[in-house]
Design a binder for this molecule. Structure first.
Ligand SMILES: [Zn+2]
Length: 125
């Protein structure tokens, strides 16, 4: 499979076009940028009130890399949760429909509904 097919298959399975490895790499490299921005420039200069351009650059690049790795994962997660919520709502609607379905009680012959006869209490199928 080519890269494109890989990404398509992955999107279907996980909701993300990036692989777990790519995501992890972006986050780690991003974190390294942030850390190096803080340690090499900020801490080394000892001048925390006056951040240097390089330091801000490193941190911005780092945060951008982290966002690039995290956002697709976050979106995929939100999408999965939305699907799960929809399925739950559908199940509840089906349950409510079944509870209101008219039935004939096998014991007393009354027209009833629910999980047991409203008149004699016989469990209904
Ligand atoms: Zn009955």
């Amino acid at each position: 499979m080519g890269r494109r097919e890989d990404a398509d298959a992955r999107e279907k399975a996980t909701g993300m076009r990036q692989s777990k490895g790519a995501m992890t790499a972006k986050i780690i490299v991003g974190a390294l940028f942030v850390v190096s921005g803080v340690t090499t420039d900020w801490a080394a200069s000892g001048n925390t009130d006056n951040p240097t351009g390089t330091m801000i650059m490193s941190i911005v690049i780092g945060l951008a890399l982290i966002a690039w790795g995290v956002l697709p994962w976050w979106n995929a997660r939100r999408k999965r949760e939305a699907v799960a919520a929809k399925e739950l709502a559908a199940r509840q609607a089906e349950e409510a429909r079944r509870m209101n379905e008219p039935k004939i009680c096998p014991a007393c012959g009354a027209a009833t509904k629910g999980i047991q006869c409203e008149y004699c209490g016989t469990p209904l199928k």
